[in-house]
Write a new protein. Structure first.
Length: 145
């Protein structure tokens, strides 16, 4: 075993290539209104399951904490997450300036995919710590000159 643990040389493991996709489109509608949409899909984050043995497991006690990685690289992941965003925009030209009013809605489908969990062995292993943010609207105003 080399310094750094049993998973130190990750080239010895078959870590899969994980794809991410993004698609964006924009089209004009009636009355100078523009419609835009974005679809994003990302692979879930890799989970690294760890264990910190109790000091009582070491003969004569221990002088420092040890953390042991239990999951092989590329073997455990959070679920893939996808987000769909839409927006409407209208430009108003006035005296050499352009005013823009925009309405965005992020995460239209209100997905709540798990982004982060507790990965330390214990009573809270797998407990959700962070999820994808919920549906969120935004109104934006911009002036260009």
């Amino acid at each position: 075993m080399s310094n750094g643990g049993r998973f130190c040389d990750q080239s010895a493991f078959d870590v899969p290539f994980r794809h991410e996709f993004k698609l964006a489109a924009n089209t004009p509608l009636l009355y100078g209104i523009e419609f835009g949409t974005i679809v994003q899909s990302y692979p879930g984050a890799q989970r690294v399951i760890t264990w910190t043995p109790a000091a009582s497991l070491f003969p004569g006690g221990r002088t420092n904490a040890e953390t042991i990685v239990l999951s092989a690289p590329g073997s455990v992941y959070q679920p893939r997450w996808t987000q769909w965003d839409v927006n409407l925009k209208k430009n108003f030209p006035y005296r050499g300036r352009v005013f823009s009013l925009q309405l965005d809605v992020f995460n239209v489908l209100n997905s709540n995919t798990i982004w982060l969990t507790n990965d330390a062995i214990g009573a809270s292993l797998g407990q959700v710590q962070k999820i994808q943010p919920g549906r969120m609207p935004r109104i934006a105003f911009q002036m260009r000159w």
